[in-house]
Ligand binder design. Structure first.
Ligand code: OGA
Ligand code: NI
Length: 351
C-alpha cells in the first residue's frame, strides 16, 4: 500500500487510499498548524460593500480601502458585481474537474512552473522538502484567446464557464485597482498603467480530506507574488491570515470574495501597503476547493516603487529596486516558500 501510494502524482489519489499522512507530508513539530492557537471567532478582516462605490459615498468607501489595505492587506468584498450564477458554475466545473478519473486528470500534469496551463500538486515539487496536501490546476487567463485552447476540455463546459468567470473577475479587479489607486492619493488609472499589458492567472486549489490534518498544511504560510488576489472559496473553512502575531481563520461568507494584496502592491506602494502572510489548513472529513485569481503585471512590465511616493530628501527613499515581473516570478517559484516571501531579495541597496 505505501509503495503504491507514494508512486501517485497527485495527493487526491493518495488521500483516497491512506489512513495516515505519508512521511513526506509531515511537518516538523515546530511548524504545524496548532489549531488551539488560531483565532476562529471574533476579530476578522474588514468587509467592504462595493454597492455605493460609484455613487456620492465614494470618498467614504475609498477611506475603507485605505484602512483595509494599510492595516490588514486582506479584506472581503460584497456587492462585487460578479454574477452569483457564474460563481456557482465556476465552483461546479472546478469540482467536476477534480472528480474526474485519475487518468483523465493526469493528462494535464506538469511540474514545469513555466507552463501556462498545468495540473500539479503541493507548491513546487522540484524544490521543496516537505509536500503540501493540495493539488492545483493553474491557468493563465489574460488575454483569454492566447490560452483558452490549452485549458482542459473536460468537463465539457470547463472552457466556457472559466472564460466567463475570468472575464467577470477581471472587470472587478480593474475596479478594485482604481479604488486602491485613489486610496494612495493617485489618479485612478495609476496602478493599472504600471502593469504593462497586464496578466491574469487562476488556480483551482483542491484540498482532499486529510487523515491527520494537524501534521501538515494545504498551503504553508506564504505571501502572494502577484499584485492582488481575488479568492473564491467554497463553504469549508481553511484559510488563515497572520495578523498582530497570531493566525486568524477567515471563514467563508456566501457571495463574498476575499481580496489580498500581493508583493507587487507592496513594491509599487513602497511599503505603504503590505503583502500579508496567509496559509490554508486541511481537515479530516471534507474536501475543500478555493479558486484564487492572481492579477499581475505582464512579464515584461518594469516594476518599482511609484515615484510620487519616493522623496529622497524627506527620507522616504525607494525601498525596492526596479525589476521586470518575469524576474520576480521566476524567483518566487524558486524559493518554494522556503522563506516566507521573496520580496527581501528585491530591496534597493542602501550603500
Ligand atoms: C493561494 C492561497 C488560499 C486558500 O493559492 O495562494 O493562498 O484558501 N490559497 O486556498
Ligand atoms: Ni496565497
Amino acid at each position: 500500500m505505501a509503495a503504491s501510494a507514494t508512486s501517485k502524482l497527485l495527493v487526491s489519489d493518495i488521500a483516497s487510499v491512506v489512513d495516515h499522512v505519508p512521511s513526506n507530508y509531515v511537518r516538523p513539530v515546530s511548524d504545524r498548524p496548532n489549531m488551539s492557537e488560531v483565532e476562529t471567532s471574533g476579530d476578522s478582516i474588514p468587509l467592504i460593500d462595493l454597492q455605493d462605490l460609484h455613487g456620492p459615498n465614494r470618498a467614504n468607501i475609498i477611506n475603507q480601502f485605505a484602512h483595509a489595505c494599510s492595516s490588514y492587506g486582506f479584506f472581503q468584498i460584497k456587492n462585487h458585481g460578479v454574477p452569483e450564477e457564474i460563481i456557482k458554475q465556476m465552483m461546479n466545473v472546478g469540482r467536476e474537474f477534480f472528480h474526474q478519473s485519475e487518468s483523465e486528470r493526469v493528462k494535464h500534469y506538469s511540474a514545469d512552473t513555466k507552463k501556462t496551463t498545468r495540473l500539479s500538486t503541493s507548491f513546487n515539487v522540484s524544490k521543496e522538502k516537505v509536500s503540501n496536501w493540495r493539488d492545483f490546476l493553474r491557468l493563465h487567463c489574460y488575454p483569454i484567446e492566447d490560452f483558452i485552447h490549452e485549458w482542459p476540455s473536460t468537463p465539457v463546459s470547463f472552457r466556457k464557464v472559466t472564460a466567463e468567470y475570468a472575464t467577470s473577475v477581471r472587470a472587478l479587479v480593474l475596479t478594485l485597482l482604481e479604488a486602491i489607486s485613489e486610496s494612495l492619493g493617485f489618479v485612478k488609472d495609476r496602478i493599472s498603467n504600471t502593469l504593462g499589458k497586464h496578466g491574469q492567472h487562476m488556480a483551482i486549489n483542491y484540498y482532499p480530506p486529510c487523515p491527520q490534518p494537524e501534521l501538515t498544511y494545504g498551503l504553508p504560510g506564504h505571501k502572494d507574488a502577484n499584485l492582488i488576489t481575488v479568492l473564491l472559496q467554497d463553504e469549508v473553512s481553511g484559510l488563515q491570515v497572520f495578523k498582530d502575531g497570531k493566525w486568524i481563520a477567515v471563514n467563508p461568507v456566501p457571495n463574498t470574495f476575499i481580496v489580498n494584496l500581493g508583493d507587487q502592491m507592496q513594491v509599487i506602494s513602497n511599503d505603504k501597503y503590505k503583502s500579508v502572510l496567509h496559509r490554508a489548513v486541511v481537515n479530516s472529513d471534507k474536501e475543500r476547493i478555493s479558486i484564487p485569481t492572481f492579477y499581475c503585471p505582464s512579464e515584461d512590465a518594469m516594476i518599482g516603487p511609484a515615484q510620487e511616493l519616493v522623496n529622497e530628501e524627506e527620507d522616504s527613499h525607494a525601498i525596492y529596486r526596479n525589476f521586470t515581473y518575469a524576474e520576480y516570478f521566476e524567483k518566487f517559484w524558486d524559493t518554494a516558500f522556503a522563506t516566507e516571501s521573496c520580496i527581501d531579495s528585491f530591496k534597493a541597496s542602501t550603500a
